[in-house]
Design a protein around this ligand. Structure first.
Ligand code: NAP
Length: 362
């Protein structure tokens, strides 16, 4: 039980670096970490295009708050071990992430990654702290297998997986979920910067996002799977998911419609109660980025809406609405999650906070 755990917190802020600090997710890391009492940004790194410049010169800052003063003059360094920090948050493209993240972990850094590269590796935790905190048991397996001493890699899921899996978690635990049909309406910031050309997305919906549907099929099965300490592995959940992913002309926030089939007969009120009663382990542990409720349930017939609801719980809560019976499966609802906060940088920061609270980073 979360309430019985004696949580840790750092005596002084932990020195952190950001890999891919100039990109869409990298800037979110900078913004969120600058205000986080458990961390201090001491190193920023990006591609050859940016190295050697001051962060403020290398990065075209695109968030609505100003670039934090404390990082403006930090030099942008190459993504190589030697950075002056204890852990690194990675916002690298997956093409660069494999080699770079493994180099950092081998050199003794903790790597908290947003890239898809290592998510499905059998010895790498794919983590949402409110969903599967016990999967952190994989770290010992990872260190033994890969010969890493202090270093490790922990990943967070794809941005459309996060909202869907957080909503499915209380339902999966309470009723069992056999199948789910998911249709996403994903924001432009999910494609990084500059992302999709304006003339392709203006007045348009693009019914294809390369690689996305495959992630929504497999990642929730790992996240909802059972950690077996005896076998040293996660046994994937049985549920089957049929996703359709669409790019739409919103800036931030992935909206998803989800229909689910349960293992037994369940009424709409039971679904609402399970979602409402969901409690957050990292919140109980005092993690600064955790919020309660993690799942905001709305009753209005036209909510959640992307622009109005994406910042719920400082962007760390998901919003669920329109819970109703499904004419084909058992129940259906709408989910919204902020893709660069809950679905990327904020999620990774919460992963690190959970590890600190559990005494795994000191
Ligand atoms: N956007 C989202 O909502 C979202 C959500 C979840 C996960 N993710 C994942 O997060 C990662 C970053 O996404 P993003 O949207 O922030 O991408 P992005 O805007 O294109 O930024 C990429 C960053 O990586 C750096 N970089 C590129 N190639 C590099 C290389 N070979 N070596 C070192 N640095 C390199 C870039 O530096 P320069 O500026 O110097 O080129 C930039 O800082 C991706 O793996 C993505 O799949 C994104």
């Amino acid at each position: 039980m979360a309430s019985q755990i004696q949580p840790h917190s750092p005596r002084q802020p932990i020195a952190v670096g950001i890999l891919g600090a100039t990109g869409a997710v990298g800037q979110r890391f900078v913004q969120l970490l600058a205000d986080n009492p458990w961390f201090q940004i001491t190193a920023l790194a990006a591609s050859e295009r940016s190295t050697g410049q001051r962060y403020a010169e290398a990065c075209t800052w695109r968030l609505s708050s100003d670039c934090p003063v404390a990082v403006r003059d930090l030099p942008v360094q190459p993504c190589e071990p030697g950075l002056d920090c204890q852990i690194v948050f990675s916002a690298l493209p997956s093409s660069a992430a494999r080699e770079v993240e493994e180099q950092f972990a081998a050199a003794g850094y903790g790597v908290l990654s947003n890239a898809s590269t290592h998510r499905m590796d059998a010895d790498v935790p794919l983590l949402i702290p409110e969903v599967n905190p016990d999967h952190l048991g994989l770290i010992e397996v990872q260190r033994q297998r890969r010969g890493w001493g202090k270093g490790f890699i922990v990943t967070d899921p794809n941005c459309s997986t996060v909202g869907a899996t957080l909503a499915l978690k209380p339902l999966y635990d309470a009723f069992g979920v056999r199948r789910a049909v998911i249709t996403t309406m994903q924001a432009l910031s999910g494609a990084g910067y500059p992302g999709v050309p304006a003339l392709d997305i203006l007045d348009n919906v693009i019914p294809y996002i390369g690689g996305e549907e495959d992630k929504l099929v497999h990642e929730p099965r790992k996240l909802l799977g059972a950690w077996s300490p005896e076998e040293g592995r996660v046994i994937p959940a049985e549920l089957r998911i049929s996703p359709s992913c669409n790019r739409v002309a919103t800036r931030d926030g992935h909206l998803e419609t989800i229909s689910v089939e349960f293992e037994r007969r369940v009424g709409v009120d039971d679904v609402i109660t399970a979602l409402r009663d969901f409690r957050s382990v990292p919140y109980a542990l005092g993690c600064p980025s955790a919020v309660e409720p993690t799942i905001v349930v709305r009753q209005e017939p036209d909510r959640p809406q992307t622009r109005i609801d994406r910042d719920a719980g400082r962007g760390m809560a998901i919003t669920v609405g329109r819970v109703r019976p499904c004419e084909v499966l058992d129940a259906k609802f709408v989910v919204l999650a902020h893709n660069t906060i809950r679905g990327a940088a904020g999620g990774s920061i919460l992963n690190a906070e959970l590890m600190i609270a559990r005494g795994m980073i000191a």
